[in-house]
Design a protein around this ligand. Structure first.
Ligand code: GDP
Ligand code: MG
Length: 536
């Protein structure tokens, strides 16, 4: 839900006018608006609106013809956007952006939204021009501020001025996509960085996406203890290219810092550390904290590379085998040029676009007229409308035959999507209530094995004593979050040590493969692991 109502107010004030670029709709439905005859005339109307706006039209949905706000349910809004994207397709235009607002009062479910339509087909960027960075670190260590400063070029005031740009829920909330993560994006073209004036403004984001040749987006995970689950999902459930760990120069590394570092490394992310807030402490303190960070990295078997000593080019070249450490200040501006240089140069990690299709389901929802939709990030391969797939395992271990009705990416209907994309896949052959988080979608000929128990190698990051037989943490693997029982080899696992254990899901099987990484957690104890064998 967007906090800034200005775009809505502007559209409402300007109003619908003959020959103008603004159109009001209460809602659009498949049954009524895609019917023969009706669809053609609506597409013609849309084309007309786009042309009168010099290639850009605004559709306000959830209002009466006279502009009075009605508000429609999230499902009705989703369907309206589905229909609008089909109309746009027909009119050689695309939905560039959608903003929604909740209507106060009523049954609390009402939405009104503004869709911006643009002439021509949608821009589909090659994956290798878009790098995704996951941020981590102790709460208040300056993650949001650093990212806010990078994407806007605005210095922070030291009182959270820049961060406030980012700490809002993205509008995907209503669609059930990436609800817990805030996104920020900036880019680069031949002349250097392309930044946003105001990350709140969706049109600004669209401009950056349009102008930049290379995009860098940030998944700002939340470091606060109650949110650890979100953090884990942010790190493990998304296809990230790099990790950025913030360590405040005043506090230095904390327990949370160490845990987050462990998780970043467990997901095999090439990682960098930003020492933040260097303006707030003495030079000696910065040196000391850098020493502490170096020690912390060595403890977990990593090689630190302080950019202060070795330069940013060495960091670009060697990240992945070393962990670069940068000294930064969002207030004084230290280190920001180096970060720009780094993000402009870092290559996209190899994606598994040629592998067989696989997607772990993150959420499911129902769209009127479409039916069950499973959303998530495509782990590997690609998927097309019409593909015949397997969904499962179900609680009894079976896999269900399903068919891809349609694919949606951020309000755009697409014919095909590949690894790394966040998509909603509408499925034939299954009810929404049967789809659960943690299930996987696979090719029909995959012959998958449901796994109830597997052997793993684990590291206990934080536990007061030894972990014994019968230890019962929640295991987070891909989008699976499920209680499991550990039976360690030799009867125990010690904090800080590598060990082997059998892991048995308490309630039902999942799709698990050798080599997959996972995180486990029980109360305040946490650890990371790798699946070694599924033949137990
Ligand atoms: P997060 O919880 O890690 O996302 O931390 P925030 O970005 O919200 O920052 C927490 C507080 O630290 C805010 O009040 C910021 O203004 C402040 N802060 C962040 N970066 C800097 C910095 O470089 N220098 C100073 N002096 N303060 C900063
Ligand atoms: Mg934050």
């Amino acid at each position: 839900m967007s906090a800034d109502r200005a775009p809505l107010r502007r559209a409402l004030e300007r109003g619908e006018e003959e020959g103008g670029p603004i159109e009001f709709k209460t809602r659009l439905t498949r049954d009524t608006h895609l019917a023969d005859g009706r669809m053609e005339s609506l597409a013609a109307q849309l084309r007309h609106r786009v042309l009168s706006g010099d290639g850009e039209a605004t559709y306000v949905v959830g209002v009466d013809d006279d502009g009075a706000i009605a508000g429609i349910s999230p499902d009705a809004f989703s369907e309206s956007m589905d229909v609008l994207s089909l109309l746009a397709d027909e009119a050689d235009a695309h939905i560039e952006d959608v903003e929604t607002w909740g209507i106060d009062g009523g049954d609390g479910e009402g939405l009104v939204g503004v869709a911006t339509l643009r002439e021509g087909a949608m821009l589909d960027r090659e994956d290798d021009e878009h790098v995704v960075v996951g941020t981590a670190g102790h709460v208040d260590h300056g993650k949001s501020t650093l990212v806010g400063t990078l994407v806007t070029g605005e210095r922070d005031d030291g009182e959270g001025g820049t961060r406030s740009f980012l700490d809002v829920q993205p509008h995907e909330v209503e669609r059930g996509l990436s609800a817990d993560l805030s996104y920020a994006v900036y880019g680069f073209d031949d002349d250097g960085p392309v930044r946003m004036d105001n990350p709140h403004r969706k049109s600004d984001r669209a401009r950056v996406v349009q102008e930049a040749e290379r995009l860098v987006s940030f998944v700002d995970t939340v470091g606060h203890e109650p949110w650890l689950r979100t953090t884990i999902r942010g790190l493990v459930g998304q296809k990230l290219d790099y990790g950025l760990l913030a360590v405040a120069a005043d506090d230095g590394p904390t327990k949370t810092t160490r845990e987050h570092l462990g998780i970043l490394l467990a997901t095999e992310l090439p990682t960098m550390v930003a020492i933040t807030k260097t303006d707030a402490v003495s030079d000696e303190r910065v040196e000391d904290v850098e020493d502490e960070v170096e020690a912390m990295l060595r403890e977990v078997g990593e090689t630190p590379l302080p950019v202060e000593r070795h330069g940013i080019d060495a960091a670009i070249e060697e990240i992945g085998t070393v962990v670069p450490i940068l000294r930064t200040s969002a207030v004084a501006g230290d280190g920001l040029d180096d970060l720009d240089t780094l993000f402009e140069a870092l290559p996209k990690r190899e994606s598994d676009a040629d592998a067989p299709f696989r997607m772990y389901v993150d959420r499911s929802y129902n769209v009127t007229g479409v039916g069950a939709v499973a959303s998530g990030t495509i782990n590997a391969g690609s998927v097309e409308a019409g593909d015949e797939l397997l969904l499962g395992p179900m609680a009894d271990g079976s896999f269900r035959d399903v068919e891809v009705r349609s694919i949606e990416m951020h309000y755009h209907r697409v014919d095909q999507a590949s690894a790394g994309r966040i998509v909603g896949i509408a499925l034939k052959g299954v009810e929404e209530s049967e789809i659960e988080r943690g299930m996987a979608l696979l090719p029909r000929d995959a012959d998958p094995e449901p796994v109830r128990e597997f052997e793993a190698e684990v590291v206990v990051l934080n536990h007061p004593t030894k972990i014994g037989d019968g230890y019962e943490p929640v295991v987070h693997l891909e989008t699976v979050s499920e209680a499991a029982i550990f039976s360690p080899e030799g009867g125990r696992l010690l904090p800080g040590d590598n060990g082997n254990t059998t892991v048995r899901f308490k309630f039902r099987p999942y799709l698990v493969e050798e080599g997959q990484r996972f995180v486990f957690r029980e109360g305040r104890s946490k650890g990371v692991g790798t699946v070694r064998s599924i033949d137990t």
